[in-house]
Ligand binder design. Sequence first.
Ligand SMILES: [Cu+2]
Length: 149
Amino acid sequence: MPSLCRVSRRLAIVPLSVALTIFAAACGSSAGSVPNPSVTPGGAIPAGAVVIDQRDLAFKPGSATIDAGQKVYFQNSETALHTVTINGKDESGNMKRGAIFVWTFASPGSYKITCEYHPQMHATITVRPAPAASGQTTTATTVPTTTGP
Ligand SMILES: [Cu+2]
């Protein structure tokens, strides 16, 4: 019976397509929510922290000098979506208004900070070598005493 065969085949196809749809939806949602523990909406910034604001489609301030191992707090203070892209790599993902992204600059060097969406946004972070460990006291520079003639 050809008609019965066709019906049963269609019945077999339907659950498969439903399963595929659910699978695709699950995949889509998991891909959209890549966990990034560094981005916190409305998180707290400790007093004295180095903060770079994303405001007026710019990084403010546009440059900062820190010691190796120091953290920089990037904060999106406007409605436009931004990223913190460090030397060409999008490290933060999409940052909505209020999001804070914290990055520890471990190695000395010069870092270019850009945004995936706004080519005009850029900042430079200069990372100095970490200060000498405690115990290694810096010797005071001896100023030669000039003796008058
Ligand atoms: Cu941007």
